[in-house]
Design a protein around this ligand. Structure first.
Ligand code: 28F
Length: 638
């Protein structure tokens, strides 16, 4: 008993630590953290699937924003823990470091917090009920903010096995507690792609119109690569490569070439999207480059006089999924999404050397099509390099100077500096006058911007519209981009609140996404929000409104003060150019008052899809996208 009391104290201290600093365990208490709770519980069910005992997971958002997760695995063990004297199921939900070693060596291979997930979810939930069925009955245990409220007890006879969890996130912890079905769908789709044969369903009981979503892919990563390429023109069928068992690391790769100019390689470790890449991705790239060069030489597609193809050339237009399972992954990088295990590089690399080489030998037609594409990419790159050198020689003196149009700030400390990229010379002029020159730089853009989605990389380097942006940001471009060199902490796009402004913003964003992606991943890109309306009246301070909704609210407030609608004059701003420099500062640039929208990338798959559809060659998917999304558009001045 003494031991029991002691361990109970530890348990409470452990879960109290989670409640005190939730961010340490789930990243944040924002919407992201809220959804993270679901992933932690689903990860436990996925682990049971990976162990080979479960093939279906059902998830439901309940009416009160509780979450139900159910699997058809073996059921969490119910027996007493020999040392702690409490049932194993209680251990899993209350002890911070349960799981992992506890369940036998390397039980945990899916994502999540290495087995602390369930107890973290429990600590951060107002209520949790877990039901486990072990073949002879259904047993239930309940908790409130991590503490047992109902001990484990049998609730009914039951022959089937499995685990069911219902939890309600604690509003004392989370900023808001409303779930977004689409966010969950995206993650479950990804998990189903990565675990072939696993069925995940989602229901939303808050919405009577919601139709159950079923994610199930026989093809696994092959289905995944077909999905990410679905709006692109294909060059070859998907190629699937795998190796199992070797040194405990499992590797699965699917790749398929398209005629697009960008590369879209998604990498995963234990079902976690490694946004920053790592050794598995390096091994994949190295293998890919070597195998295609060797094949090209062997069959004389690459002539003796030709130089070797570079990685960039071979990856132009590729869509690929690289998924590895590693027993003890080490995550590095700014966002802890970069695989560090050095042994993985060699394993993936040699898998590529064996399996891709064998595939190409057996599929000469596909091999030729891919190599021809890489060769034309290589020629374009070579032509661009020569052109660039010419330009460079012509302007040796200016090569390191900042663009002439840039009005730089005086501070040289990037952490406090920001740059406004402004549409049009006249707005640029007002911005220059209105800014706080100590930390705000202005770069006006004018004329038609290039659409990078329809342009090969060689035309991007040296493009006269983009060059000022590249040099002003100061961190390079493409593979050479180095976030540590950025000259500003905030890159702010400032354009009119109309269709043309939206177009410019989209063109710029496409460029940042394809050529300076870490800027977006690290939350450095923003959109400024100029007001749409100004309300003025003699003796009253001007009121600015940023959308129609706010305008209505302001009218209501004024009416409460006894000021009638028709005594107030409304100015509707058509563009930034209509504002004086003082107004621009007051409404859009003054850090004390302005609203900035930070551009984030919740999901790289979705982002690539949207840029392909919005900015790519194919018209039909774009028409569909616009029809589908028109309902979300407000305030577009068409
Ligand atoms: C709805 C969420 O959490 N499913 C789970 C199992 C099955 C086992 C298990 C889980 C042993 C003691 C660590 C069963 N039989 N779904 C879930 N299904 N955990 S979680 O074991 C946990 C380890 O603590 C299980 C034999 N071995 C493992």
């Amino acid at each position: 008993m003494a031991e029991y009391d002691e361990s109970q104290i530890q348990v409470l201290e452990g879960l109290e630590a989670v409640r005190k600093r939730p961010g340490m365990y789930i990243g944040s208490t924002s919407e992201r953290g809220l959804h993270h709770l679901v992933y932690e519980i689903v990860d436990n069910a996925v682990d049971e699937a990976l162990a080979g005992y479960c093939n279906e997971i059902n998830v439901a958002i309940l009416e009160d924003n509780s979450i139900m997760v159910k699997d058809n695995g073996r059921g969490i063990p119910l027996g007493m823990h020999p040392k702690l004297g409490i049932p194993a199921i209680e251990v899993v939900y209350t002890i911070l470091h349960a799981g992992g070693k506890f369940g036998g060596e390397g039980y945990k291979v899916s994502g999540g917090l290495h087995g602390v997930g369930a107890s973290v979810v429990n600590a951060l939930s107002e209520k949790v009920t877990v039901e486990a069925c072990n073949g002879d009955g259904a047993y239930e245990i309940s908790f409130k903010r991590g503490k047992v409220t109902e001990k484990l007890h049998k609730v009914r006879d039951e022959k089937k096995r499995g685990t069911k969890v219902i939890f309600k996130p604690d509003p004392e912890i989370f900023e808001h507690t409303v779930y977004n079905a689409e966010t969950l769908e995206t993650r479950f789709r990804e998990m189903a792609f990565l675990n072939k044969g696993l069925k995940i369903t989602l229901d939303d009981e808050r919405d009577p119109e919601y139709k159950q979503k079923v994610f199930y892919y026989e093809g696994g990563v092959v289905s995944f690569v077909e999905y990410i390429n679905k709006n692109k023109e294909l060059v070859c069928p998907p190629i699937y490569l795998e190796s199992k068992g070797e040194g405990e690391v499992e590797v699965e790769v699917a790749l398929q070439y398209t005629t697009s100019y960008s590369e879209n390689i998604l990498s995963f470790v234990n079902n976690i999207n490694t946004i920053e890449g790592g050794t598995h991705l390096d091994g994949f790239k190295r293998g890919l480059t070597k195998v295609f060069n060797d094949y090209g030489r062997k069959f004389n597609i690459l002539k003796e006089k030709d130089a070797n193809l570079q990685g960039d050339d071979i990856r132009e237009g590729i869509g690929a999924i690289v998924s590895v399972r590693v027993r003890e992954p080490e995550f590095e990088g700014q966002t802890k999404t970069k695989l560090g295990n050095s042994e993985v590089l060699g394993i993936v690399n040699s898998m590529m050397n064996d399996k891709l080489a064998a595939y190409l030998e057996e599929h000469p037609k596909e091999a030729k099509a891919i190599l021809d594409k890489a060769l034309s990419a290589s020629r374009a790159r070579e032509a661009a390099r020569k052109a660039r050198e010419l330009v460079r020689r012509k302007s040796v003196l200016e090569s390191t100077t900042l663009p002439g149009k840039l009005a730089d700030c005086t501070s040289k400390n990037p952490a406090e500096c920001e740059i406004y990229i402004v549409e049009g010379d006249s707005a640029g002029g007002s911005a220059k006058q209105g800014r706080d020159r100590k930390f705000q730089a202005i770069l006006p853009l004018w004329g038609k911007m290039i659409n990078v989605e329809k342009t090969r990389a060689d035309k991007i380097y040296g493009n006269e519209k983009l060059n000022p942006v590249i040099t002003a940001v100061g961190a390079g471009i493409g593979n050479d981009f180095n976030i540590e060199k950025i000259r500003y902490d905030k890159i702010i796009m400032m354009a009119d609140a109309d269709v043309d402004g939206a177009h410019i913003r989209t063109l710029l964003l496409t460029f940042f996404f394809r050529y300076m992606r870490p800027l977006i991943e690290n939350g450095k890109v923003y959109a400024a929000c100029p007001p749409l309306f100004k309300l003025s009246k003699k003796g009253m301070e001007d009121i600015y409104c940023y959308n129609e909704h706010a305008l209505e609210d302001e009218f209501k407030k004024l009416e409460e003060k006894g000021i009638k609608r028709d005594s107030v004059s409304i100015q509707r701003y058509k563009g930034l150019g209509e504002m004086s420099s003082e107004q621009l500062w007051e409404t859009t640039m003054n850090p004390e008052k302005r609203t900035l929208v930070r551009i984030t990338m919740e999901d790289a798959v979705k982002a690539d899809e949207i840029f392909t559809v919005l900015m790519g060659e194919d018209v039909e998917p774009r028409r569909e996208f616009i029809e589908e999304n028109a309902k979300y558009v407000t305030n577009l001045d068409i």
